[in-house]
Design a protein around this ligand. Structure first.
Ligand SMILES: Cc1cc2nc3c(=O)[nH]c(=O)nc-3n(C[C@H](O)[C@H](O)[C@H](O)COP(=O)(O)O)c2cc1C
Length: 395
């Protein structure tokens, strides 16, 4: 059902309390999510984005219940990804010929995914606008690589609503739709998780885009993203957070991540954690067994950290495969300005620490020389090295 969010703007989307993962299994959903589409009904009626393909028929039925589909004058496709464009094919069968406003790259991504459908694309660039009557306009802002080349935001004058698509969103279900109705801890955590796991690799572009949006000096009364809560109360709080997050963000946190077969490496992990509390009592320390923890939650903790330590036993002259998978993901997220240390047990050849250190360096971490490498089971002499490791990495 459509729900008014401001003036003649309504939400028409899908709140999904059952979703467990996104992007295949690459993004865990722990608190539900939503796909937000919006209807702007001024002298002209505009549909901004749609929903994920599995919900396309329900979405179109809802639209029909709310208004005659033929009343839609324009469609805005802020982003071609299937969770926002997934109802377009069915919708356009009902209203062929209606103009679709999107970036040049969105024409490519939409045609790439759905084939050449003969849709009436109107390509827009930053600063282009569309008059929708009653003295209001839509102004388009390209958001290249936030998070696809085709991404765009749309600003509604008069009501001062920024339809930001994936930027400023969260995979988080809020039945009442608005940020002030959400659990604030979860909202902030989910917004940060989204940034850390999806947007962090594009931080330099995010930083520039935030400066550009702030520099426009336009009033923003509401930020309506395509997933999660709509920022109605103090909407600029999320813009300020993005400004901070995009500049090699860190808190005073040290995160220890390990894997183990026979618990030797685990013992070193806990010894390092205790030593952090001795050396730097104000530093938050968290410990994760990567085989038992959610990888996206771990990445959010890495995002917050000023330093991390990674531990694995040597296995087959290498490291354990779950940690190798995590390192692969870690590299793609392009974290910057973080220190790292390595540790682990071995039985004979002991390549584990070297593999970890090389991969961390390759992922942009500043890896300290101090490490702990224990033959079979860690002993007192190994635990004694934790102090030097922690001092080096937090120094
Ligand atoms: C399947 C398997 C392969 C291993 N391969 C190596 C190896 O290539 N080189 C080595 O030094 N140790 C190897 N080890 C020995 C482990 O590194 C050693 O048992 C270590 O103490 C385990 O640490 P953990 O208690 O943290 O699991 C291997 C052990 C297993 C079970």
């Amino acid at each position: 059902m459509k729900r008014t969010i401001k003036g003649n703007v309504s939400w028409i989307g899908y709140i999904d309390w059952e979703l467990e993962s996104f992007h295949g299994d690459d993004y865990s959903i722990l608190n539900g999510s939503s796909q937000n589409a919006y209807l702007v009904e001024e002298e002209k009626t505009v549909l901004i984005d749609t929903v994920w393909a599995p919900h396309r028929f329900e979405f179109i039925e809802n639209l029909k219940k709310e208004s005659d589909l033929n009343k839609i004058d324009y469609i805005v496709a802020n982003h071609g990804e299937v969770d926002h464009s997934g109802a377009l094919v069915e919708l356009m069968k009902e209203i062929p010929g209606k103009p679709i406003y999107c970036t040049a790259n969105a024409v490519k991504s939409l045609e790439g995914q759905y084939g050449k459908q003969g849709w009436d694309f109107h390509v827009v660039k930053t600063g282009d606008s569309l008059d929708i009557g009653n003295g209001k306009k839509l102004i388009f802002v390209e958001m290249r690589m936030l998070h696809w080349p085709d991404s765009m935001a749309t600003y509604l004058t008069g009501d001062n609503v920024l339809f930001s698509n994936d930027a400023f969103g969260q995979h988080y279900a809020v039945e009442e739709l608005f940020n002030d109705k959400a659990d604030q801890c979860l909202l902030n955590k989910e917004a940060m998780k989204y940034y850390a796991n999806i947007l962090n690799p594009f931080s330099p572009l995010v930083s520039k885009k935030i400066d550009e949006i702030v520099g426009l000096n336009i009033p923003i009364d509401m930020i309506a993203p395509s997933h999660g809560a709509i920022w109605r109360e103090n909407p600029l709080q999320i813009v300020e957070k993005y400004a901070a997050w995009s500049k090699a963000y860190q808190e005073d946190q040290f995160t220890i991540i390990y894997d183990t077969m026979w618990q030797g490496t685990e013992k070193i992990a806990h010894c390092i954690a205790k030593e952090v509390q001795n050396v730097s009592p104000d530093t938050v320390v968290k410990v994760f067994n990567c085989s038992k923890s959610d990888k996206n939650e771990i990445m959010t903790e890495v995002f917050k950290s000023r330093a991390i330590a990674l531990g694995s036993p040597t296995v087959g002259n290498d490291i354990l495969s779950n940690l190798a998978g995590l390192l692969h993901f870690l590299k793609s997220l392009k974290f910057r300005n973080k220190k790292a240390a390595v540790f682990g047990c071995y039985g004979w050849s002991g390549e584990g620490n070297k593999v970890l250190a090389e991969q961390l360096k390759d992922s942009g971490f500043d890896v300290v020389d101090e490490n702990i490498k224990s033959l079979w089971n860690p002993e007192a002499g190994d635990f004694d090295k934790a102090n030097a490791l922690v001092n080096a990495v937090l120094g």
